[in-house]
Write a protein that binds this ligand. Structure first.
Ligand SMILES: [Zn+2]
Length: 431
């Protein structure tokens, strides 16, 4: 007996040997996919869901985000990156406390679940508290607080990022949520800090999340200071000996790409954020040609204004085609892989999630393709990349548990979170 049996589903597996099952069944038992196929299984389900031809696909993986920045949606648009960050964002963030951050995180996760995101790489503040909320909500993810070490009397073990990480390492957490270490970026710390961070990550067996060559000045200032690119200097200090997720990579050179491929560094493409802040357009095709795993992220909502990863999927395809003046170069299937299979690789979960395959963990979403604006569906993969939006998501499941269905959140009190945003979080940070 399955816990849940999906029937009459168009299943986009993201498994290269059979990417699409036009009409089939998918059974879930406990945390895992226990049946997938065209033929009806012998067993019944405790609950049976008639998908009515709608698409089931792997949950999306938002490989770079600052979830609690949801509170800052639309607070400072149309500025240059430096003016935006130093004059608008940092002063607001300085007022955040753990409670306000938790409210922002809860709302951000709710938004993502409603858009079909099942896993995140989250870099922000108060992660020692946030990771427990994530554990309770049921989303999958990695959590870090970026090290910023600009002061000359910086003390690694007094850094709140390190203290939060040490605290998270003490917790008894479900296997789907994990602490991560984060060097915010090359620019915001010194080489001795990277050396300590590498030693710390290796000692505690945790992975790394950084921002890399996001803007042209990030890249060129580093060359002026160190005589090397950010990727070169970080790799020389052993940072990439730790499994690393590197956000943006807009200005990495071809030799940087070789370094990233050599050390299995995942590049996270954040097209909306990069376009909004006019940082440039990462060359996803070139990175993939060099053997770099490329995943997809929304970045914080303050530089995107949405957590709808379907926007990033569509944009990644459009930008890659135009960057190389060849619409055949980067296909819809290539774009969809960024947010699924490649995202799973970025979290060390290849073979665990990111595809719908028997034995894999059941991180699954359903998209309503019966709506008039989504009809007809000649090619499900084309629909998912070029037509569907996050608002078409009607069901989100992580490790076999439904967390969102038809507008309802099973593990989040959304009315309470919205009320606390208005009554507590916004007065605190905007007052
Ligand atoms: Zn970021």
């Amino acid at each position: 007996m399955f816990d849940i049996l999906f029937k009459n589903a168009c299943i986009v597996t993201m498994n290269d040997s059979e990417p699409v099952i036009e009409s089939g069944y998918l059974g879930v038992t406990g945390k895992k996919i226990s049946y997938i196929g065209k033929a009806a299984p012998n067993d019944k389900g405790k609950r049976e869901i008639d998908c009515k031809g709608n698409i089931l696909m792997p949950g999306l993986i938002n490989a770079h985000t600052h979830t609690a920045m949801t509170l800052l949606r639309g607070v400072a648009d149309d500025y240059t990156l430096n003016e935006w960050l130093f004059n608008h964002i940092f002063p607001i963030e300085a007022k955040l406390d753990s409670r306000a951050t938790a409210i922002g995180f809860t709302l951000g996760v709710a938004e993502m679940l409603s858009y079909g995101v099942t896993s995140i790489n989250d870099m922000y503040f108060f992660q020692n508290d946030i990771i427990r909320i994530a554990a309770d909500i049921g989303i999958r993810g990695y959590f870090s607080n970026g090290i910023v070490a600009l002061s000359p009397d910086y003390d690694f073990y007094k850094d709140r990022s390190i203290r939060e990480t040490l605290e998270m390492l003490e917790y008894d957490l479900p296997d789907r949520v994990k602490p991560q270490l984060s060097i915010h970026s090359e620019r915001t710390s010194e080489p001795y800090v990277w050396d300590m961070a590498v030693e710390f990550a290796q000692k505690h067996n945790i992975t790394m999340h950084i921002h890399l060559s996001e803007t042209l000045s990030d890249h060129t200032e580093c060359i002026k200071k160190h005589g090397k690119t950010p990727a070169e200097v970080l790799s020389e200090h052993g940072v990439f000996s730790v499994p690393t997720v590197a956000a943006h990579c807009v200005h990495v050179s071809e030799s940087d790409m070789d370094i990233m491929a050599k050390y299995n560094v995942t590049a996270v493409h954040n097209p909306v954020s990069n376009l909004k802040l006019a940082s440039g357009i990462a060359d996803v095709v070139a990175m993939q040609r060099h053997g770099v795993n490329v995943a997809l992220g929304t970045d914080g909502v303050c530089s995107n204004n949405s957590h709808d990863l379907f926007e990033e999927i569509k944009l990644s395809a459009l930008l890659a085609k135009n960057k190389h003046s060849d619409p055949s170069l980067f296909t819809a299937y290539d774009a969809l892989k960024l947010a699924t299979v490649n995202g799973a690789k970025s979290q060390g979960n290849y073979g665990v999630t990111g595809q719908l395959i028997e034995g894999y963990e059941a991180d699954i979403i359903m998209l309503d393709t019966q709506k008039v604006q989504n009809q007809p569906v000649h090619n499900p993969i084309s629909s998912l990349v070029y037509t569907v939006t996050g608002k078409d998501c009607v069901l989100t499941m992580v490790q076999g548990k439904i967390l969102y269905e038809n507008g309802e959140f099973m593990t989040i009190d959304i009315e309470k979170a919205l009320r606390e945003m208005k009554e507590y979080a916004l007065p605190l940070i905007m007052g």
